[in-house]
Design a protein around this ligand. Structure first.
Ligand SMILES: Cc1cc2nc3c(=O)[nH]c(=O)nc-3n(C[C@H](O)[C@H](O)[C@H](O)COP(=O)(O)OP(=O)(O)OC[C@H]3O[C@@H](n4cnc5c(N)ncnc54)[C@H](O)[C@@H]3O)c2cc1C
Length: 214
């Protein structure tokens, strides 16, 4: 069931927010860090879920390419001492040319976590204008053809000392839950390759455990 909130997970069983309960041979949890603990409801999961997280926002802006400073590269990161609210700007049309038609430029700006609380309740237009004004302190851009704001609230885990032990305790506790595995940024790394690896491991574990119980 796509686009349906899950309320709780138990061995082989998922309860959805609308009250529907369904049985499954195997369940792989790939939820946001904050959701893992409440969904599973055991202490090791709750502990992992309570790890520190930060928020960010991205603003995508499309331009005529002639309205953007030419750049030999695919974007840049902005060091904190520069005092800019943006932490990076990706030149999406250079990284992945299929994302924009010829003659157009697509820029993604990343707003740093410390600026998110004051912007959180602003309208998208205001957030986009703020990001563009910060961008214009670094490079020349014209008027965007369109902008799109995305909010990533409390999604980025900040691992602290002891994280590995917390993950190990969680994984050991989960072993007692037949047919349930977990993956994602909350476990062994936040980068996409880490998340993909953890998803592959979860699938392998599930198959292995099913083979052992057959
Ligand atoms: C702005 C930004 C830029 C990034 N750039 C890069 C990059 O360039 N390279 C890189 O390697 N990594 C990057 N990352 C990190 C990487 O994208 C994330 O760590 C990764 O996407 C996390 O994947 P995930 O599957 O663990 O969680 P998510 O992708 O957050 O997926 C969790 C899903 O669970 C769903 N969910 C939550 N609660 C429930 C519920 N109760 N019921 C049902 N569904 C639920 C959410 O809706 C969400 O779809 C970036 C992250 C951010 C925020």
């Amino acid at each position: 069931m796509l686009k349906t909130l899950v309320q709780s997970v138990r061995p082989h069983e998922v309860t959805f927010a609308d009250g529907t309960v369904e049985q499954f041979d195997g369940i792989i949890m790939a939820t946001s860090p904050h959701a893992l603990g409440p969904l599973l409801g055991f202490p090791e999961a709750e502990r992992l879920s309570s790890l520190k997280r930060t928020s960010s926002m991205t603003v995508l802006a499309a331009f005529d390419e002639s309205d953007v400073d030419a750049l030999d590269g695919t974007g840049y990161v902005i060091a904190k001492p520069e005092g800019n609210a943006l932490t990076a700007c990706s030149w999406m049309h250079k990284k992945w040319p299929h994302l924009a038609p010829k003659g157009k430029a697509l820029l993604r700006m990343y707003i740093g976590s410390e600026h998110v609380p004051s912007l959180l309740h602003e309208e998208d237009d205001q957030i986009a204008n703020f990001a563009l004004s910060e961008l214009r302190r670094i490079q020349k851009v014209g008027t965007p053809l369109f902008t799109k704001v995305e909010r990533h609230i409390q999604t980025m885990p900040q691992y602290e000392v002891g994280h590995k032990q917390d993950v190990r305790a969680f994984e050991e506790a989960l072993l007692k839950w037949d047919g349930v595995e977990a993956c994602g940024a909350i476990l062994h790394g936040v980068g996409l390759p880490d998340c993909v690896d953890s998803a592959k491991r979860a699938v392998d574990h599930l198959h292995l455990r099913q083979a052992v119980t057959v």
